[in-house]
Write a protein that binds this ligand. Structure first.
Ligand code: NOJ
Length: 763
C-alpha cells in the first residue's frame, strides 16, 4: 500500500489533478480495511483509542498539540485548506499517524447557498437535490471540510419547531427519497473521492417530535409511529450508504437518544447492520446528566458509549472519563475497540489514510462560488418555489409596459435570503429579489420601498406586540429603481404602491427565526408586516405576495384577500434570480408543499396521513374536529399550482390481485390542458382499508415529475414492491395484510385524482 502524504502544496496540486483516479486506483477492499484496523488497534494505547472518539470544537491554540499527541480524532468548525492541511500534518506527526476528520454544518451549501432544506424538498426533484449536494461537497472539501453534519432527516409535523426548516417536511416517503438523494450527493460514488464529503444523517431519532414544538423537548411516541414515520428516512440514508449518524438531544419515550440502546444498538446496528459510526450532538453526552439519566459525566460516558455513540462532540466527557472507565474495568476494552473500529473504518472509507491532503489553496480558490455552482442554486431555488394562489392568472408578471412596486422588508435584503445555517455563505454574494426583478425588466420602471423592518429577533417584535423603530431605507438596487424617500413606513410604502401597476410584496421571517432554538408559539408574520400587507392590499392594486420563511406561517387573511401567493422559503445565494425566473414565467412553478400548511396554530399537528378515527367528517357536532376552526389545512401536502393546468384520467390497476411478494403496478394518464409547457408532480397514494391496526387515510408511495407540452398526454406508471403496502402490527411485526387497498394517482394529498383498488391475497 502506498501512503501519499503530501508535504508541499506544489506537489499536492500536481497529484490532486488526478486525485479521483488516485482514489479509485487505491480503493481498499473491506477486508483490507479491517486488517489495517486490526493492526492499528493492536498498537494503540487506551489513551490513543479514546483520542479517536473525541471531537473538539473550533480552531483552538491547543488543536495541533492535541493532534500530535493523538488526543483528538476530529475537529468541528475548522475550515480553510491551509489550516486544515497544517492540522492534518500535526496528526501525521502523531505516533500512529491517524488522520483527523474535519466536520462542519454544510446544511444547504458551503459558500454557494442553496434553498434551505425544506425548500429543496419542495422541489420534489431528487436528481437536482443530489446535484446541489454534490456542489456543496466539492466546495466544502475544497475548503478542507471532509464531513458534513447533514442531511437532517427528521420528520417534522409541527411548524412551531424552528428546525422544521432543516428537514424534508412531514412525510416518511418523501423524506426517505430526499434523504437518500442528499447522501448520494454528498458522498458521490465514493467517499474517498477528494471531492466527496462524508454525510451524517441526523438527529437519531424522533427529535422532530418535540412536544409543543419546543426545541430539545421530550418526544413520546408509540413504537409503531417510530418505525413507520420517524425511522424510515434514517433507514433510507443507511441504505444509501451514509457514513455516519448523529444522535439527538431529546429523550425518546423516556430514554435520551444519546444513550438509547434500543435505537442505537438494537435498531441501527442489529436490524439495519449499520457499520459506520454515531457522533453525539453538541454536548448531548453531558446532557444525559440534566436529563436525569446519568448521575454524573462518568456515568454519562459509560451509558452513551455502551448504547452506541462512538464519537463525543465537543463536551470532552469521553476524553475525561473513558480512560479511567477502562482502567476500573467498568468499560470492557471490547466496547472501546468496537467504537474505535467504527471511527477508523469511516476514516479509511473516506480515503483519509491514502490522501489526507485532499485539498490545497488552489482548489479552494477555484472551486468555490463558481458560475456553474450558482447556476445549480438558481435552478433549485426556482424549483423550490410553491405557487399557492394565482387568481385571474395575475402571474406571470408582464415584462414591459407596467410599473412594478417591489415592497417589503425582505425585498432587497441580502442576508435573509440565505435562511439559517449558512455555512460560509456571504450576504454580499446574494442576488436580492429586487435585483432579480430589475434584471427581468431592463426597460421598465421598478419602484421600491421596505415599508417596515424585521431586522431584530426581539421577542416583542416577533409576536407583533409592538412595532419596530423605523429604519432608513436601503440603498441597494439599480439606477432604474426609484426608492421610497425617508425611513421605512407603511404610509411611504402605500404611496409607492399607488404609483405602480402591480405590487410584489416580500414578507416573512428573518432567516434566523427558524433553525435551532427558534421555536415559536405563534405563526403570524412578525412585526408590523400584516398591517403593511393589509394597507397595500387596500390600495386596490394587484398584489403578489412572496413569502420567505422557514416554516408555514398563518396567512389566513392573505389567502382570502391577496390574489397571488408564492411560498419562496429562503432560496439562497441566487434567491433574486430564482424568484424572478418564476414570477416572470421563465420557469413554470413546479414546487409542491412537503407539508400540510396549517390554517392556524390551534390545528397543529396537522398532517395528511392521519387516521380516519371512528368519527370522521360528518354534518353533526359529534365528530373529530374543532368547534371554532376547520380541521383541514389551508393547503394540503403535495399542493402547488403551475401556470398551466393538468387533467388526470384513466387510472389502471395493472396488477389487480397481488401477493405480498409481488409487484404493484398502477398507471394513469396526465394531460397538460393549459397553454404552456409545464411541470407536474404526479403523486401516488395508497390506503389499506382494514388491517390489524388502524391505517392512515392516505400514504404517499411514489411520485414523478413530468414536463408536458400544451395538450400533451402521458401515461405515468408506478411500479412498486407490494411491501410498500405493509405496516407494523401490534406486536411490531412488519406485515402486508390481505384485503382491499385503495390507490390514487393525484396532484396532492387532498385531491380526488383518479382512484382504484387492488386486492392482496395471502401467498
Ligand atoms: C447542534 C445541532 O443540533 C446539530 O444539528 C449540529 O450539527 C451541531 N450543533 C454542530 O454544529
Amino acid at each position: 500500500m502506498i501512503r501519499v502524504h503530501l508535504r508541499q502544496t506544489a506537489v499536492a496540486v500536481v497529484l490532486l489533478a488526478g486525485c479521483t483516479a488516485l482514489a479509485a486506483a487505491q480503493a481498499l477492499t473491506q477486508q483490507q480495511i479491517e486488517h489495517r484496523i486490526d493492526a492499528l488497534l493492536r498498537q494503540m494505547t487506551p489513551q490513543e483509542k479514546v483520542g479517536q472518539l473525541v471531537q473538539y470544537n473550533g480552531d483552538t491554540p491547543e488543536a495541533a498539540t492535541q493532534a500530535k499527541a493523538g488526543q483528538v480524532g476530529s475537529l468541528l468548525n475548522v475550515y480553510g485548506a491551509d489550516r486544515i492541511n497544517e492540522l492534518q500534518r500535526a496528526a501525521e506527526q502523531s505516533r500512529l499517524k491517524i488522520p483527523l476528520i474535519f466536520g462542519y454544518d454544510v446544511i444547504h451549501g458551503y459558500r454557494t447557498i442553496f434553498p434551505v432544506p425544506l425548500g429543496g424538498a419542495a422541489s420534489w426533484d431528487p436528481q437536482l437535490i443530489e446535484q446541489s449536494e454534490r456542489v456543496a461537497a466539492k466546495e466544502a472539501t475544497a475548503a478542507g471540510v471532509k464531513w458534513t453534519f447533514a442531511p437532517m432527516v427528521d420528520i417534522a409535523r409541527d411548524p412551531r419547531w424552528g428546525r422544521i426548516v432543516e428537514g424534508a417536511g412531514e412525510d416518511p416517503y418523501l423524506g426517505s427519497v430526499v434523504a437518500a438523494a442528499r447522501v448520494r450527493g454528498f458522498q458521490g460514488n465514493d467517499m474517498a473521492d477528494p471531492q466527496s464529503l462524508v454525510a451524517c444523517a441526523k438527529h437519531f431519532v424522533g427529535y422532530g417530535a418535540a412536544e409543543g414544538g419546543r426545541d430539545y423537548n421530550t418526544a413520546d411516541m408509540s413504537e409503531q409511529t417510530l418505525r413507520e414515520i420517524y425511522l424510515p428516512p434514517f433507514h433510507a440514508a443507511v441504505k444509501a450508504g451514509v457514513g455516519t449518524l448523529m444522535s439527538a438531544f431529546e429523550d425518546l419515550n423516556g430514554v435520551p437518544t444519546s444513550g438509547n440502546p434500543h435505537t442505537l444498538t438494537e435498531i441501527l446496528r442489529k436490524e439495519w447492520h449499520f457499520d459506520g459510526f454515531v457522533v453525539s450532538d453538541y454536548d448531548s453526552i453531558h446532557e444525559l446528566v440534566p436529563h436525569g439519566f446519568a448521575a454524573d459525566d462518568e456515568q454519562a460516558a459509560l451509558e452513551a458509549l455502551t448504547a452506541g455513540v462512538e464519537m463525543d462532540m465537543a463536551d470532552g466527557v469521553y476524553a475525561k472519563w473513558l480512560p479511567q472507565l477502562v482502567k476500573s474495568g467498568k468499560l470492557p476494552m471490547s466496547v472501546l475497540d468496537e467504537a474505535v473500529r467504527r471511527v477508523l473504518r469511516v476514516k479509511f472509507r473516506a480515503g483519509l489514510f491514502q490522501h489526507p491532503y485532499y485539498t490545497n489553496a488552489e482548489r479552494e480558490r477555484t472551486e468555490i462560488l463558481t458560475p456553474q455552482n450558482r447556476e445549480v442554486a438558481r435552478r433549485l431555488g426556482a424549483e423550490s418555489l410553491v405557487l399557492l394562489k394565482n387568481q385571474n392568472d395575475i402571474l406571470p408578471l408582464p415584462r414591459s409596459g407596467k410599473k412594478i412596486a417591489v415592497i417589503g422588508p425582505l425585498a432587497d435584503d441580502q442576508a435573509n435570503q440565505l435562511g439559517s445555517w449558512v455555512g460560509r455563505g456571504q450576504a454580499a454574494d446574494v442576488i436580492t429579489p429586487l435585483q432579480g426583478i430589475e434584471a427581468k425588466v431592463p426597460q421598465g420602471t421598478v419602484l421600491h420601498a421596505r415599508g417596515v423592518d424585521i431586522s431584530s429577533l426581539d421577542k416583542q417584535e416577533i409576536s407583533g406586540a409592538t412595532g419596530a423603530a423605523p429604519a432608513p431605507v436601503g440603498a441597494t438596487g439599480a439606477a432604474a429603481t426609484q426608492h421610497e424617500a425617508g425611513p421605512a413606513t407603511i404610509e411611504g410604502a402605500v404611496r409607492v404602491a399607488q404609483q405602480a401597476d402591480a405590487v410584489v410584496l416580500f414578507l416573512g421571517e428573518p432567516g434566523g427565526m427558524s433553525g435551532e432554538a427558534s421555536s415559536r408559539a405563534f405563526l403570524n408574520l412578525p412585526g408590523q408586516q400584516e398591517q403593511l400587507l393589509e394597507s397595500i392590499e387596500a390600495t386596490g392594486k394587484p398584489v403578489v405576495l412572496v413569502l420567505e420563511s422557514g416554516r408555514p406561517l398563518d396567512i389566513r387573511w392573505a389567502a382570502e384577500h391577496v390574489p397571488a401567493i408564492v411560498q419562496a422559503w429562503y432560496p439562497g445565494t441566487e434567491a433574486g434570480n430564482a424568484i424572478a425566473d418564476v414570477l416572470f414565467g421563465d420557469v413554470d412553478p413546479s414546487g409542491r408543499l412537503p407539508l400540510s400548511w396549517p390554517r392556524s396554530v390551534g390545528q397543529i399537528p396537522v398532517y395528511y396521513d392521519h387516521k380516519n378515527t371512528g368519527r370522521p367528517s360528518s354534518n353533526d357536532r359529534w365528530h373529530t374536529g374543532y368547534l371554532d376552526e376547520s380541521k383541514e389545512p389551508l393547503f394540503p401536502f403535495g399542493y402547488g399550482l403551475s401556470y398551466s393546468t393538468f387533467r388526470y384520467s384513466n387510472l389502471r390497476v395493472l396488477t389487480p390481485q397481488i401477493t405480498p411478494a409481488g409487484m404493484l403496478r398502477v398507471s394513469a394518464e396526465v394531460q397538460n390542458t393549459g397553454r404552456q409547457t409545464a411541470t407536474e408532480v404526479v403523486q401516488f397514494y395508497i390506503h389499506e382499508r382494514v388491517g390489524p391496526t388502524s391505517r392512515p387515510v392516505r400514504e404517499l408511495k411514489g411520485f414523478e415529475r413530468i414536463t408536458l407540452r400544451p395538450g400533451e398526454n402521458r401515461t405515468v406508471e408506478f411500479s412498486k414492491s407490494a411491501q410498500v403496502l405493509g405496516s407494523y402490527d401490534p406486536q411490531m411485526h412488519f406485515v402486508v395484510p390481505s384485503g382491499t387497498y385503495d390507490v390514487w394517482v393525484a396532484p396532492n394529498a387532498a385531491a380526488a385524482g383518479v382512484t382504484g383498488t387492488v386486492q392482496v391475497a395471502p401467498k
